[in-house]
Every structure is written in C-alpha cells, then in structure tokens.
Design a protein around this ligand. Sequence first.
Ligand SMILES: Cc1cc2nc3c(=O)[nH]c(=O)nc-3n(C[C@H](O)[C@H](O)[C@H](O)COP(=O)(O)O)c2cc1C
Length: 172
Amino acid sequence: MKTLVTAASRHGSTSEIADFLAKSLRESGMDADRRHPDDVLELTEYDTIVLGSAIYMGHWMKDAEEFTKRFSDALRLRQVWLFSSGPIGSGESTTGVPSDIATLMEKTGAVEHKSFAGKLDREGLGFGERVAVRVVHAPEGDFRDWASVRSWAESILGTARTTRHFESEETS
Ligand SMILES: Cc1cc2nc3c(=O)[nH]c(=O)nc-3n(C[C@H](O)[C@H](O)[C@H](O)COP(=O)(O)O)c2cc1C
C-alpha cells in the first residue's frame, strides 16, 4: 500500500513543503505519491494520506477543502495526517491553524494536525494580498523550518509502521 501526499498552495511554498515531505518519506522507505488535490481521482491504492494547505484569511484553500468533502467517506477509513502552512513571523494575524480545524479533523478522522511556518514574498503577491499583509504588518521572509518538516515525516512513518505491523499480525 502507498501513501499520498497532497497539498493546496497559492504561491508555491506549501507545495514545496509537500514535496519535501514526500521525499523524506520515500528516503525512509515509504512508497509515497505526490499529487495536487484536483488530480486525485480515487484513494483505493492508498492507506495513508497526508493532506495540507496554505492558510489564507483563516481558511484552508478551496482545493484542499473540496478534497475533504469529495473523499470524506474514504478518508475516514484511512490514516490521515493534516498540515497547514501559514505562520509568518510571530504576529497574531497568522496563527497557522485554520478556524475550522475541529471540523476538518472530524470530517477526515485525522490522527493529527501539524502547523508549519510559511513564506511571504511581497513581490509575488496580488494587489489585494499586498494590502492585507500591510494592514496586519505581516513580515516578509521564508520562515519554513525544514528540520521540523522532516521530523514530522519521521513521526508519520513511525506510526504507519507500527499500525501496519499490528494489522499484519492480526491478519496472519
Ligand atoms: C493575504 C494573505 C493572508 C494570509 N492569511 C493567513 C492566515 O489567516 N493565517 C496564517 O497562518 N497565515 C496566513 N497567511 C500566510 C500564508 O499562509 C503563508 O504565506 C504561506 O506560506 C503561503 O503559502 P503558499 O506559498 O503555498 O501559498 C496569509 C498570507 C497572505 C498573503
């Protein structure tokens, strides 16, 4: 069985976190696919799902939200890990936790939600986004912590291995 790593991203930094997660899982021996949420047609071949999104104005992006709706039944039968990318600097405006996290956890039956620091590059922002970040004085920079992403991949791996071990013992 395989692991799917999928994430919604507007400016690319969350995609890079998902790429890094998939790479870390593969380097540790896990069979991991990396896809955009819209490109996933079914979950049959996966027993573990890692689903993430950038946070904008307190919410996950539509592609990731829709993924949880489209696959709500299938997700609850699998091991699911959620992550958000958002916090930039230490300001209160970017908490890194979507406001409806309780619903997302409930809908997906996720084991855990992890929040990763994000990246803000004013050059790449649209007009409305620039205004929004100016209003909340959000700092510019790349705050992503790759050691923390790798360590989360290791904890996913540890849990998946333990569960698969017990499952194979039960069925043997
Ligand atoms: C207009 C705007 C609104 C944002 N709102 C939030 C927010 O509500 N909470 C949060 O944690 N981060 C927020 N962020 C930070 C982004 O989530 C962060 O920059 C993230 O790394 C962007 O990911 P992406 O490059 O994949 O789109 C916001 C950023 C912008 C530009």
